[in-house]
Design a protein. Structure first.
Length: 180
């Protein structure tokens, strides 16, 4: 990634699309699929910016408020005969948490199961868990919070303007100490 400006420009367009399409006149399966697809693509773009490194420390430190539900019982959530979240997760005892950007992106990119819900004519929230977390936690995100969270990384102020590096012998590469 030579210049993250163009990535952020596209990311702003994706975030604007998510904002516009959070509300709908008439629900359709296609609407839901397109929304789900955009969430995944935005998460992948953000993770790419993080890994290059094109995101400063201020943006990296942003957290997304979420609710998590602990996996209960010994039955796994599987591709065949998955059951329902209420059968596998303790929905009666939610825990408020804040997730870092990598955790949020990984839940969406590697999601094993995702369910959205609406209030009126708007997507309100989602329950999601990645293939890795399906035996541990399910996470609930509010769509409005998620889109606002994504907009932090679309803004040019999240770009790196300078950084300090230190050699990491184990990685045989430089590791970023600070990204301004």
């Amino acid at each position: 990634m030579i210049d993250s400006t163009y990535w952020r420009q596209e990311l702003r367009a994706e975030v604007a699309w998510l904002r516009r399409h959070r509300k709908y006149r008439r629900w359709s399966e296609k609407q839901l699929v397109l929304f789900e697809r955009r969430l995944m693509l935005v998460a992948f773009q953000i993770r790419s910016l993080l890994e290059r490194p094109k995101v400063n420390d201020r943006a990296r430190s942003v957290r997304l408020p979420a609710i998590r539900y602990k996996k209960i019982g010994t039955k796994p959530f599987t591709v065949i005969g998955t059951g329902f979240p209420e059968d596998r997760f303790d929905l009666e005892n939610p825990e408020a948490v804040e997730l870092d950007v990598t955790a949020v992106c990984n839940q969406l990119i590697h999601y094993y199961w995702m369910q959205t819900w609406s209030e009126g004519t708007a997507f309100k929230g989602m329950l999601v868990f990645s293939d890795y977390m399906r035996h541990k936690w399910a996470y609930e995100f509010l769509i409005e919070d998620l889109v606002g969270f994504f907009s932090v990384f679309a803004d040019e102020s999240s770009a790196v303007s300078g950084m300090s590096l230190q050699w990491d012998e184990k990685k045989q590469d430089y590791a970023i100490q600070h990204a301004r």
